[in-house]
Design a protein around this ligand. Structure first.
Ligand SMILES: NC(=O)c1ccc[n+]([C@@H]2O[C@H](COP(=O)([O-])OP(=O)(O)OC[C@H]3O[C@@H](n4cnc5c(N)ncnc54)[C@H](OP(=O)(O)O)[C@@H]3O)[C@@H](O)[C@H]2O)c1
Length: 317
């Protein structure tokens, strides 16, 4: 198969297109013909070696955590999946694998792809949409009628965050740059703030949940924006979040305490299926702003690294 391969940590020039032997599904795994792989910031952070303390790679390494494609074969002990089934799932980032024509997915980490979404659209769901869902639902406990603030409403996590918060019945404020105002409004945000023009942390509105997908806001700057009992959830763990989390847990959780949490996305079949259901109901539509061929994976990661992705970038093998 053709795959993008890294032999060492480094710049985007480390991403080389190569012929590799086909992976084989082990027990509890399926082999997938990859139709689309989404690019996430974690892909280039891994490439640069930023996560090497917690994620030690074995080289040669095939990048990519998110994929959608068709089942080619099932390993021992896999039931309920046939060759040709359309699926979407999380690769194991330690093993990598989505930037390739074939890849392996473990049971419990993938779900059936809804026909409502193309392969490119479906491939964007695992990391970014599950992060937004788990942050708002599991850490933020957002409920119908609540107020949500999404910092970075135009990016991968943020554009899903806006739609999921609306699907949960919240009133949504989102921040983005001037080029994305119409896009974020179109996602359903009730109020869109251009961060070049207005500092949302200077406002006097109060929110039940703040999803910080930019993580330049820092909990200290956002804390006063939280309603009593409200929660700030960041996608990038920062020291002030851990300190506040520890203090708040030590003091005991008061109903009016303001909470700070860092999300670490959990790969679950149930959440992928739930997001597919939202898409079927017309409540969730991934925005794929650009599709790169496999050979241009380096360009795709450079575009992500520039920090202004609208929706998601996808690689099509
Ligand atoms: N912990 C986890 O499990 C987890 C999971 C997923 C992602 N993450 C992390 O979360 C971060 C976001 O991920 P992502 O996939 O959403 O990234 P992304 O798609 O690259 O998001 C980029 C977006 O950020 C916006 N942005 C940049 N500066 C901004 C600012 N000051 N205010 C508001 N928006 C701003 C840009 O919008 P404009 O062009 O309008 O500026 C762009 O749309 C990354 O650091 C990623 O590694 C963590």
């Amino acid at each position: 198969m053709r795959a993008i391969v890294m032999e060492a940590y480094g710049g985007s020039d480390r991403l080389q297109l190569r012929q590799m032997s086909d992976p084989r599904p082990g027990a509890g795994e399926v082999l997938i013909r990859v139709r689309a792989a989404a690019v996430n910031p974690v892909d280039w952070k891994i490439r640069q070696g930023h996560l090497r303390l917690i994620l030690r790679l074995q080289f040669p390494y095939i990048p990519g955590g998110d994929m959608a494609g068709e089942v080619v074969a099932a390993g021992a002990g896999v039931t309920g999946w046939q060759a040709g089934d359309p699926v979407v799932g999380f690769a194991d980032l330690r093993r990598g694998g989505a930037y390739a024509e074939l890849a392996v997915l473990r049971q419990g980490r993938f779900a059936r792809k809804t026909p409502k979404l193309s392969y490119a659209e479906a491939a964007t769901l695992p990391i970014a949409a599950c992060t937004a869902l788990q942050a708002l639902r599991d850490l933020g406990h957002l409920s119908a009628g609540g107020q949500a603030l999404i910092l970075g409403g135009a990016g991968g996590v943020g554009h899903f965050g806006v739609q999921i918060a609306k699907a949960m019945g919240a009133t949504v404020t989102a921040t983005c740059g001037p080029a994305n105002l119409a896009f974020v409004r179109g996602l359903g945000a009730d109020r869109v703030v251009d961060y070049h023009q207005e500092d949302v942390t200077a406002g006097d509105r109060r929110y039940d949940v703040i999803l910080d997908a930019v993580a330049k806001g820092s909990f200290r700057r956002c804390r006063h924006l939280l309603a009593p009992g409200g929660t700030y959830v960041t996608t990038l763990p920062a020291p002030d979040v851990f300190v506040w989390d520890a203090v708040e847990r030590l003091l005991g959780i008061l109903r009016t305490a303001r909470r700070a949490r860092a999300i670490m996305v959990r790969p679950t079949q149930a959440d992928l299926a739930f997001l597919g259901q939202l898409a079927e109901e017309g409540k969730l539509k991934p925005l794929v702003s650009r599709v790169y061929p496999l050979a241009e994976a380096a360009l795709a990661q450079e575009a992500s690294q520039a920090g202004h992705t609208q929706g998601k970038i996808v690689i099509a093998p």
